[in-house]
Design a protein around this ligand. Structure first.
Ligand SMILES: Nc1ncnc2c1ncn2[C@@H]1O[C@H](COP(=O)(O)OP(=O)(O)O)[C@@H](O)[C@H]1O
Ligand SMILES: [Mg+2]
Length: 759
């Protein structure tokens, strides 16, 4: 067994060749920062530990590049480690008054640091600790004067990360409203512009209405000229203001778009893999895209409705002022319009739901076909896919026609009423003027003709707003159905971050995939010490991959417990687990980009030397150097320019670069030709030095070197032991072994009969 614990921070010692000198120098664990820098690192490490988070001192030393790290970097590291950290400026009194017991870091003027661990309020003293001294060293008491000489206020506040902040709220109208509210300054300006514009568009009408009679009566050209100049100025002003408001709306829309999109992506990627495995990519993409509808609604319809309401608020009193009787009839007609539209809202809403469902079904056919185009071509499924597509397209088209037919009704029914508001009211006015004693002057009739129509428009669109609200709510529901699921964010941001050794323990772990009746793992228990190379064998479907998935925290709703180095996995930070656990699958996705980029895979703080180191360990160096551009060779999508064995070795290098304490290979060599497989297997021993390996393989010959082999069947552990022990005592294993190595099989071995459990 390979249980010699290794230096916790640095790469395996088995590199025969020395790494380049400066890297070697940096990697020398004895490298120290200047004392102040060391004090700062020690202080954040210390406080992080207080909050249950273990940070990696060596890594931080490397990242500090021999200098005392400035506060923003310290804060970034603490946040990366999942803590809440803020840099603030405080004075002695404020720190003395603080209620919290949590330690506070004072960033001293000389670049060093001190930790406040207590307060003596009666004597006005702070209890400080020098972070470089051991915790047992006695603390120092300082007063304001003494502290002032070395510290001018730079303070680091650190807390265990708070969750349940803005990000964890469900995606709904309220959340969006809060996002919009964040831009209330622009909103306010738009509102002011809108009010002004409304007034500006009404003033000319009122002015003309009130003065035209007099101008004509007294033939006053000068008054007319004055009015013209006045109105022209108003028009110019209106034009400028309209332009400005439009620009503000555009900026608001762009901001909102960016915020919504960032938030949505962030939430999407924090959903568990399980979700993506279950849902169709097309459906998810379509539903997420619905957020654009929401944004359009907010910045288009809603904004316009606001302007409409303004119009109504200003207009109605004017109409009543001009003539109350006529105003009432207009109001009644407008209300009738609103009622008609309201009656159609529900059927329209239902129709909208059907359209969304049909559109999303259509979208998923398209995306599925694009993703699976190889299979479509290879199996000549083009026409079958086309037929499916045709059907969906027809369905959507039909629904759209049906929707328009439905929407046509309220439009047609309300038209006469709308006309009444602008023309009918005037005619009625004229009739009243002729046949009753109520006097209505021409100016008033003229005013009604110009303004009456403006009441109907906003009311119609307000009633229509309800429909748009419903549509937006449907869209939010669609987006929410994707985003408002239990996500991994909490587990990704919280929890312990221990330095792993790699001991793994399963205790009565039972796990069932969602929707399946039989458990994939049933009361599984086993325990392996750190550094073990564990092989998993068992027939297809026996639960081997499930074990590796649980170890990666992909599926988390198991019962029983999984312990890593004795700590329950549920208490460990999920990102920390995935960073420290390497994983190589049968088919690994290589990104478009150079070989080097693929090995480093965007991880920060890694250099070319690290990539070379990992490639060498994975046995990939030899072929990479023979590629046309070496490490800069471009890998295409689907990596057609690499053989299967080369791809696997790159994937192993990628998994190795972060020096994982646990490396999982799930059928990593199963799809390879024997020669490539031998090449990869030849490196396994080297790769496994100093880490725990979990190797799933159906080819027992590649597990011969394992310290322990576990035999699984139907989600249960059948036996666990070395190859020799298993051949002797485990029937399933013996059977598999002789089946694959007939030449070793004892006389009379009959693979069909001896063990029916093996397919
Ligand atoms: N994503 C999944 N959803 C539902 N059932 C699954 C899923 N993955 C595996 N299973 C089922 O769980 C059982 C164990 O599967 P798995 O661990 O993949 O087996 P192995 O890797 O040993 O072939 C099988 O019965 C399989 O059908
Ligand atoms: Mg499997």
């Amino acid at each position: 067994m390979n249980d010699a614990p290794r230096d916790p921070a640095y790469g395996p010692e088995e590199f025969e060749e020395p790494v380049s000198p400066d890297v070697a120098a940096l990697r020398d664990a004895n490298i120290m920062l200047p004392p102040q820098g060391e004090a700062r690192l020690a202080s954040i490490l210390n406080v992080a530990r207080y909050h249950g988070v273990e940070m990696d001192l060596e890594a931080l030393r490397l990242r500090s590049a021999r200098e005392a790290p400035p506060p923003p970097e310290l804060i970034a590291w603490l946040q990366e480690a999942g803590l809440w950290a803020r840099g603030v400026h405080m004075n002695f009194r404020q720190i003395l008054k603080m209620d919290s017991h949590a330690p506070v870091i004072l960033l001293l003027d000389d670049g060093g640091a001190a930790i406040v661990i207590g307060r003596d309020r009666t004597r006005n003293l702070l209890v400080l600790r020098d972070p470089r001294k051991p915790n047992s060293a006695s603390p120092v008491l300082v007063d304001e004067l003494r502290l002032k000489q070395v510290w001018s206020g730079a303070t680091l506040l650190i807390r265990a990360s708070r969750h349940g902040a803005a990000e964890e709220q469900p995606f709904n109208l309220g959340l969006i409203a809060r996002i919009v509210w964040g831009d209330r300054k622009i909103l306010r300006d738009i509102a002011i512009a809108s009010v002004t514009l409304t007034v500006l568009s009404l003033v000319p009408i009122l002015v003309v209405m009130r003065t035209i009679g007099q101008v004509l009566q007294y033939q006053s050209t000068s008054t007319l000229n004055l009015i013209i100049i006045l109105l022209c100025t108003a028009v110019v002003f209106e034009a400028i203001l309209t332009w400005a408001r439009k620009m503000m709306e555009v900026v608001l829309a762009a901001k909102l778009d960016a915020r919504l999109n960032l938030m949505i992506f962030d939430r999407l990627v924090s959903l568990p893999i399980e979700f993506f495995e279950r849902e169709q990519a097309g459906q998810v993409a379509y539903r997420i895209a619905q957020v654009n509808q929401v944004r359009e609604f907010l910045t288009g319809k809603l904004m316009n409705s606001f302007i409409d309401i303004l119009m109504l608020v200003i207009l109605l009193p004017i109409l009543f002022y001009i003539n109350a009787t006529l105003a009432w009839t207009v109001l009644i007609a407008a209300a009738a319009i609103a009622v008609i539209i309201a009656l159609f809202l529900r059927p329209m809403g239902i129709m909208q739901g059907r359209i969304i469902a049909a559109e999303s079904a259509k979208g998923s056919i398209l995306i599925e076909t694009i993703f699976g185009i190889r299979t479509v071509k290879a199996l000549a499924l083009e026409s079958a896919r086309s037929t499916l597509w045709d059907r969906r397209v027809a369905e959507v088209a039909e629904l759209h026609v049906e929707q328009s037919r439905l929407a046509n009704w309220p439009a047609t029914l309300t038209l006469p009423l709308q006309r009444y508001c602008s023309v009918g009211a005037v005619l009625l006015g004229a009739y009243i003027a002729l046949h009753s004693k109520v006097s209505i002057d021409t100016a008033s009739l003229f005013g009604f003709m110009l303004l009456g129509g403006r009441v109907a428009g906003p009311l119609v669109s307000l009633a229509g707003l309800m429909e748009d609200v419903q549509r937006a709510q449907a869209s939010i529901g669609q987006v929410g159905s994707v985003l408002n699921r239990l996500n991994e964010r909490h587990a990704l941001a919280n929890g312990l971050r221990p330095q792993f050794q790699g001991a793994i323990e399963f205790n009565d772990v039972t796990f069932r995939y969602e929707g399946s009746k039989t458990p994939a793992l049933e009361k599984m228990s086993f325990k392996i010490p750190a550094g073990t190379m564990l092989g998993l064998v068992g027939r297809s479907g026996s639960g081997k991959s499930t074990i590796t998935r649980l170890l990666q925290g992909i599926n988390r709703d198991y019962t029983g417990s999984i312990r890593i180095d004795g700590t329950d996995m549920r208490e460990i930070n999920l990102r920390h687990i995935r960073k420290n656990f390497g994983m190589v699958l049968q088919d690994n996705f290589l990104f478009r980009g150079s070989v080097r980029d693929n090995i480093i895979a965007g991880r920060p703080g890694l250099s070319f030397e690290d990539a070379v180191r990992a490639a060498r360990l994975a046995g990939a160096e030899e072929f990479i150097e023979r590629l046309p551009n070496g490490y800069d060779t471009f890998i295409q999508e689907g990596s057609p320019n690499l053989s299967g064995g080369q791809k696997q070795r790159l994937a192993i290098a990628r998994a190795l670069i972060s020096d994982p304490k646990v490396l999982i290979l799930d059928e990593a060599t199963s799809a390879l030709d024997p020669e490539s497989e031998a090449l990869v297997n030849a490196n396994i021993q080297r790769i496994g030095a100093g880490r725990t390996m979990v190797i799933v393989s159906h080819r027992l010959s590649s597990l011969l070197d394992c310290d322990l082999i576990m035999v699984l069947d139907r989600g249960q552990t059948i036996d666990i032991g070395t190859h020799k022990e298993l051949v002797e005592r485990c029937a399933i294993y013996r059977h598999l072994w002789f089946q694959q190595n007939r030449h070793l099989a004892p006389e009379g071995f009959n693979d069909a009969a001896s063990h029916p459990a093996i397919a």
